[in-house]
Each structure stands twice: as C-alpha cells, then as structure tokens.
Design a protein around this ligand. Structure first.
Ligand code: ADP
Length: 393
C-alpha cells in the first residue's frame, strides 16, 4: 500500500512527530519535528528529509492553553499540506506502558484503549499524554488506523529472575513485576550493533539511554537481558526530575512520620527530585553543566556515580562486558557526563579518548580500552514506523 505513516511521541510538554513512507526501504522521514513547551510557551518546529526548515503556517502562533487534542487538530492538516500527495495510512504511537497485556505493537481499538487507560497509575508522567494523542487522532481522523508501540515490549525477552521483585508471590502473579522502559530506543540501538560492533554485535553490551528520563539495558544476542527501570519509570538511574532507585523505607517515613499524602509523595518522586531536586536549580543537564553553583556539580556528580553503579550492577546478568553505548539527549551530547561515568569504570579496563569524547565521535574509547565505548544517536520514531509497516503488511 503506497502512502505514509505518521509517528507520534506525545509527552507532558512535547509532541514529537515524523512522517515515513510506507516503502520500507526508505528509513529517513519525509519530514519531522516537534512542538515543545506545551502548556507554557509552545513552539513548533519542523524540517524536511534534507534538514531544511519548513514554514510553520497556522502553527506559528500557539497558545499555552492548547492541549494535545487542539495541537493535533492543527498538526494534521499542516502535515497533509506538507507531505506531498501520498495519503496518510496509519499513525504509530509511542506508548510507555503495555503492562502484562501487550507484548508487541497492537492496533488500537476501543478495548485496547480502555486497557491502556488502566495502566495510567503505573506511568502517570507519560501514559495519559500518549493516550491523549491517540484519542485526539481518533477524534479528528476517525477512519485512520492507529498502532500502539510499547516501551515495555523490548524487555519481553528477559528471564523470570530479571523481572521478579522479592515480594510475596501473589503480587508477582498479579503483574507487580519489573517491566522496563525505553524499549523503542534499545530496539533501535540493538538493530545498529552489527554496523558498529561487527563480530561483537551479539556480545555483551550495556546501553545507557540518558535523556530527561534515563535507564540502562544489558543486552546480549541483541536482546534485553536486564534493565534498570522496573514496575514504573521511577526506578533505576537518577533522572531530570525523578529520583531513581530509592530505599522504600524513605517513602514509608515520608508518609508515616511526616504525614505526606500519597499524591504529595508521588509529585515529589516524579517531579521534584533527580537533577532538579539535588541541584535546586534545574532538571536540564546542559544548564547544570554551565552553572558554577556547587549544588549543580553535586547533582551531576551524583547522577554519574549512580549511573556507574547501575552499569556495574547490570554486568553479571550478561556475564561480562564488551561495549557500552551512550544514547539520548545527555548520552549523545554530554562528553562531561560520559567521561565522569567512564572514569568510574576504569577498574574494568574502560578508557576513553578525550578528543573523540569531546567531539561526540561515534567511537570514544581508546584502542587500548578493554571495553568499546560508543555514542549512537537513538531513533525511536524509526522503530515505531517499522512496527507499523509490519502490522500493515
Ligand atoms: P527526552 O527524554 O525528553 O526525549 P532528551 O533525550 O531530548 O529528552 O534529553 C534531554 C536532556 O539532554 C536534557 O537534560 C538536556 O540538557 C540534555 N542535553 C541536550 N544537549 C546537551 C548538551 N549539549 N550537553 C549536555 N546536556 C545536553
């Protein structure tokens, strides 16, 4: 079927989109872009396949009051105008949580949407926005096929031990297990390993997805073996606003001794912790790196210390380590963070080339390094588009 596939990644304050051909051999989007600052100061930006900026038209002036539904109402005709003559045949969505219900991408029906709604408490920062985008497309283009692609799917390959909490068995049986997230990103990186690692592509790799959200995944034979995130996207690494791994006793103390409500604790752990909470300045790594405030450095230092601890903790699951891959906003752009993390892995024989690292080169380890260290930009949109291709055909 000739036409185009739209991918949407709807977050709390951003809506990323890309348009791919249904011709699977074309892996570069015809156009892509994002609306950032939703709810505060929305700004639209888009480029064509060659990177040329596209005219904003009616998306030039956006109101802070516009929600995802309103923005998608404006975006769909803009896309129709800019994507040439081929019709849009499907929309693929990044959906953070598929729970135990969805192991692979699925065509969205009313029943699927209703099931996904039940997972909102497990991903309160992401799931409501992912689903708002699905509902908006259904409202404005009811005949368009929609496909949900899950961040949890890539981790289906994990063994039982990697998924279990040491909780009463009945809770595991009802689905209180580690799911893991950022699976679309890990799926993409896994697909790139043969190009970068050759014979070692099926080896032992830890991928560090360091964006606003952050996690790590231990991969072997290009499949997920273990990951730092668990039942929700709160677990594991310290993040922009999220605390990462926390002694559950702290939560009990906050509620029992300090009288905090569940909502107040939720807000603290999801929105007021991480880089923002420790620095007291910002959740943005770039801002913190440019700050001379000692609290900013302490936040970065803690971020890297905990990332290195998590990395080391994942190694037994894959029986050693051949390569570390950095990806996402911080992983792709912050030589400073990569250096701080890699220095703490020097005991393992990790050595990075400072010039290559400063230049965000693809291979940043030295020739002598026992472990290869690479920087590979992620491409979650392409994974969503490919999943749509597969379902459509
Ligand atoms: P999201 O999870 O929202 O997709 P991104 O992957 O875009 O997030 O990552 C955003 C993070 O990347 C922010 O903390 C931002 O400061 C950081 N970042 C982007 N560019 C740089 C840079 N040059 N140096 C340091 N941090 C950067």
């Amino acid at each position: 079927m000739s036409g185009t596939i739209l991918t949407l990644n709807a977050g709390s304050s951003s809506l990323k989109f890309a348009v791919f051909s249904t011709d699977e051999t074309v892996t570069t989007p015809q156009l892509s872009g994002k609306i950032a600052g939703i709810g505060t100061a929305p700004v639209f930006g888009a480029q064509d396949a060659k990177g040329a900026t596209l005219a904003k038209g009616p998306l030039e002036h956006l109101d802070a009051a516009f929600d995802h539904e309103h923005l998608i109402k404006l975006l769909l005709p803009w896309l129709a105008q800019h994507q040439g003559h081929e019709p849009l045949v499907a929309v693929g969505h990044r959906v953070v949580h598929g729970g135990k219900h969805f192991e692979r991408p699925v065509q969205v029906t009313d029943a699927v949407l209703a099931t996904l709604e039940t997972l909102i408490p497990l991903a309160p920062l992401h799931q409501p926005h992912n689903l708002a985008a699905i509902r908006a497309v259904a409202k404005w283009e009811p005949d368009l096929q929609q496909i949900a692609c899950f961040d949890t799917s890539f981790h289906q390959s994990q063994g039982r031990l990697a998924k279990l909490f040491a909780l009463p068995r009945a809770l595991s049986d009802e689905g209180i297990i580690r799911y893991g997230f950022h699976g679309l990103s890990y799926d993409y990186i896994a697909s790139q390993l043969p190009d970068h690692l050759g014979d070692q592509a099926d080896g032992r790799v830890v991928v560090a997805h360091l964006g606003n959200g952050a996690s790590m995944c231990a991969i072997k034979d290009r499949e997920s073996v273990a990951t730092s995130m668990g039942f929700t996207a709160l677990d594991g690494l310290m993040m922009g606003r999220r605390c990462g791994t926390l002694d559950p006793g702290v939560i009990l103390y906050l509620m029992q001794a300090k009288g905090m409500t569940a909502d107040a604790v939720t807000n603290m752990l999801y929105n007021q912790s991480g880089l923002l909470g420790v620095s007291g300045i910002s959740n943005d790594m770039h801002v913190l790196q440019n700050s001379s405030d000692p609290h900013a450095f302490e936040a970065i230092d803690l971020y890297c210390y905990r990332a290195a601890s998590s990395l080391a903790g994942l190694i037994p699951s894959i029986g050693g380590l051949d390569a570390i891959i950095f990806t996402a906003g911080i992983g792709e752009n912050s030589g400073f963070v990569r250096k701080l993390i890699c220095e703490q892995m020097a005991w393992l024989g990790v050595a990075i080339d400072e010039t290559a690292n400063d230049n965000n080169a693809t291979l940043i380890s030295t020739e002598q390094s026992k472990i290869k260290v690479l920087v590979i930009p992620t491409n979650e949109e392409l994974v969503v588009a490919k999943a749509c291709h597969a379902l459509l055909s």
